[in-house]
Structures are given as C-alpha cells and as structure tokens.
Design a protein around this ligand. Structure first.
Ligand code: ZN
Length: 169
C-alpha cells in the first residue's frame, strides 16, 4: 500500500559509510527482542526503502546487532535476527553495490543457493532456502554483520564506462 508522504512520520536512520568502524566490527547476537529492537527493525525497513536499497544490516545504521532486512520480491521484506547460512550450490559472480559504499560496484562471487536459519522478529526459529538475487542479498547482508564489505570480496570493480552501459541495458 502506498502512503502519501508526510502523513506518517518516517523514522529514517543515517546510513554510515565504509569509513565508519562499526562496519568493520562483528555485530552481537540479539538476545532480548524488546521494543527498541522492534523500533529498529521498522526504521531499518523505512531507511532501506528510502535509499532504494534491497537490503540493510543494523550496523549500517550504527547499531551493532545481528539484524538484517532484505527485499524478497515486490512488497515482501524479510526480517532476520541472528541469521546464518550454509551453501547448497557453487559460487557465481554477479554485480553488487552497497548503500555504505555509494557509487561503487563490483563483481562478487556468491553461492547461488543457500539454506538460511534465523529468528523472525517475534523470536521464532525459521529456516528456508534462497537462490539467485535473494541468496546474493542475504550473503551480502550477513557479511555486514561480520564486518565484511563487498569490496573485500570483489574479484574486480566496475569502471565508470561499464556502469554507464549497465544503466542503459
Ligand atoms: Zn551493503
């Protein structure tokens, strides 16, 4: 559902860039799913949508907790606490960018298919398989929780000319 801008109060959080040390630390397990955590999750979703992102980790907004949100289709957002994954298939390179590394894109190998285990926002254990773009997004976001950025894993960065042709295609 679309909400007219200005009618609800958005709680956007500032997205930190890759020079901030919180992006290089291992985020801590969520143990107590309290109202502050619920508020943080709502803010992360708003912030991700506002930035036209497809995923966001809590430490990108300065909170070193193991929480990620990820776009899982048109209107669906996955909310995962303490996520972990195992690979179910080989790696394949694909182009990635990051809200914390604006304007840069690189080719990053990721597992094509993974099994994810996590808690949902109520603290219930969930497990599911993901493939393709969603698998890529989740691996990127879980990396954030371990202090790893896509630029660490990129086999090569795209130059501005390539970015232009990507936009046109
Ligand atoms: Zn990122």
């Amino acid at each position: 559902m679309a909400v007219p801008k200005g009618v609800i109060e958005l709680a956007l959080r500032r997205i930190l860039n890759d020079e901030h040390p919180v992006l290089r630390d291992r985020a801590r397990e969520v143990k107590n799913i309290n109202s502050a955590v619920q508020r943080l999750i709502d803010d992360m979703i708003e912030t991700m949508h506002d930035a036209d992102g497809v995923g966001l980790a809590a430490n990108q907004v300065g909170v070193p907790k193991r929480i990620i949100v990820a776009a899982a289709g048109e209107d669906e957002v996955l909310i995962l606490l303490n996520p972990a994954f195992e690979a179910l298939d080989d790696e394949e390179p694909g182009v990635e960018g990051c809200l914390s590394v604006p304007g840069e894109y690189g080719e990053v190998p990721r597992f094509c298919k993974i099994r994810v285990a996590a808690l949902d926002r109520q603290g219930k254990k969930i497990a599911f398989e993901a493939e393709g773009l969603l698998a890529r997004i989740l691996q990127h976001e879980i990396d954030h929780l371990n202090g790893i950025l896509f630029i660490d894993r990129a086999v090569r960065m795209l130059d501005p000319e390539e970015l232009k042709s990507e936009d046109e295609s």
